[in-house]
Design a protein around this ligand. Structure first.
Ligand code: URP
Ligand code: ZN
Length: 455
């Protein structure tokens, strides 16, 4: 199977040039000017005026996540279709075992749930409790190609990890050459804030951010950085939302510690004024950490541009209006999370590149290259190069559209980006050498995505 992309502007994290790109089967085999093919059965796409990006990699999604209000509303099938529609060809989700479950058993269960995923995919593995044989289990995950792990310092009553266990997990992950993702929030302080507020009758979504003030994130970030230093463990801090967290991360990076950082479009585009208003409008924005202040948003954009933040993931975890309404009388019962896997590239292109906050190369770095590098997929993914996987997005930079919950592909009746204007569109999406999306339709029968074995 041959696919020839002609006259596009190839953009990688460190270069930009006009060229043809030839894919054979699932690989890029040639990048050159004026590639000509003699056979008739090759597919040819004219990409004049378009950018040719490496397929997006979203390193933070939660398909089919169990919550007290039911599962997050996108399963692997619907969520991965939405991802492809927006130019994301690989996703990394999570395996979260029960406290006493073996990691490999939980991986097998999650693989069944992901068996109808249409993108390439992998999982970060979450040790939720230390067991005597956990060190061996972590090593086994790495040998299987699951080289990243995730812990939560919030959610102490369900999946949160104790400080003692966190240090043990860090030492083990570091020793075996893995990387640890950390959801940094002070779980105990938040739990006591939540009890105090609700005792006072403060139960609307307005109080959600007040229960999780800025310091509950930044202090947890500081603690995690100190523990990781002691444990010699590379860490990746998910969904960074505050200016103060960034200053701890920056200091650690300056000392040479391996501390990577991610933020998400919701923290770059909205502030905490979204918690003023009617229940469903405000409940739609209930996520953890919560939205912050204008100064935090400005600091996040600076940190994207200067390299303190390495990736933009989505933390895609949508719920329906009905599910959010579980917390109509008590914000603690509102399922936490928002959708966005479909819009990550368009939002970052419009509000980052077009608005002049980041360069087009930085856009590629943040949406694809750095996730590939950090999570062991580079140089098969994250770059347009000979020998790389043929995961490619042909981007029309002129196309204008508007996000709407009535036209999106995510399985939810909520879209926090509803009504936002977008510039730029993934005109063609190619996964493993196959043309998946063309203009406004999926072009091929979608096939099941590949489980990625990571280094
Ligand atoms: O509110 C959020 N972030 N929901 C998804 C689960 C998590 O905490 O990452
Ligand atoms: Zn998350």
């Amino acid at each position: 199977m041959r696919l020839l992309i002609k006259n596009g502007t190839v953009v990688n994290s460190d270069n930009k040039f006009i060229s043809d790109v030839l894919c054979v089967d699932n690989k890029i085999v040639e990048i050159a000017n004026s590639i000509e093919l003699s056979d008739d059965d090759s597919e040819i796409i004219d990409a004049s005026g378009c950018f040719v990006f490496p397929g997006g990699i979203d390193p933070h999604v939660h398909m089919n996540l169990p919550s007290k209000a039911g599962f997050s509303s996108d399963d692997f099938n619907s969520g991965s279709k939405a991802a492809l529609w927006g130019g994301t060809t690989s996703i990394i989700d999570f395996v979260t075992p029960h406290r006493s479950q073996f990691l490999d058993e939980a991986i097998h269960q999650r693989l069944t749930e992901a068996s109808n995923c249409n993108t390439s995919f992998s999982f970060h593995i979450s040790p939720v409790k230390w067991h005597d044989d956990m060190d061996g289990q972590i090593k086994q995950c790495i040998d299987l190609g699951f080289t990243s792990f995730k812990v939560y310092t919030a959610y102490k009553d369900t999946i949160g990890i104790s400080d003692d266990d966190l240090l043990k997990v860090m030492k083990s992950v570091g020793k075996h050459g893995g990387i640890l993702l950390i959801h940094c929030e002070l779980g105990d302080a938040i739990d006591s804030n939540k009890s105090e507020l609700t005792k006072q009758g403060k139960r609307s979504p307005f109080y959600h951010p007040l229960s999780r003030p800025s310091y509950t994130e930044s202090q947890a970030v500081k603690n995690a950085i100190e523990l990781a230093y002691e444990a010699c463990c590379p860490i990746y801090i998910v969904h960074v939302s505050t200016q103060e967290s960034l200053s701890y991360i920056r200091d650690a990076q300056k000392r040479g510690q391996l501390v990577y950082a991610e933020t998400c479009p919701q923290y770059l585009l909205f502030d905490d004024s979204r918690y003023n208003g009617k229940f469903i409008d405000t409940a739609s924005f209930v996520m953890s950490p919560p939205l912050r202040k204008k100064e935090d948003i400005d600091a996040l954009w600076v940190a994207l541009a200067d390299g303190t933040i390495h990736t933009v993931g989505t933390d895609h975890c949508p719920f329906s209006i009905k599910q959010k309404a579980e917390g109509i009388d008590d914000f603690r019962k509102i399922p936490n999370g928002v959708g966005g896997v479909e819009h990550r590239l368009q939002l970052l292109f419009t509000y980052g590149v077009v608005s002049g906050k980041i360069t087009i190369n930085k856009f590629v770095e943040l949406t694809s290259t750095n996730a590939a590098r950090i999570f062991g997929l580079y140089p098969k993914k994250g770059i347009i190069d000979v020998g790389a996987d043929a995961d490619i997005v042909i981007w029309n930079p002129e196309e204008k559209s508007m996000i709407s919950s009535t036209t999106h592909h995510q399985n939810t009746d909520i879209n926090i980006y509803d009504g936002m204007e977008i510039v730029g569109s993934p005109e063609y999406v190619i996964l493993d050498g196959k043309l998946i999306k063309e203009g406004n339709s999926f072009s091929n029968e979608l096939s099941v995505g590949r489980l990625l074995k990571r280094k």
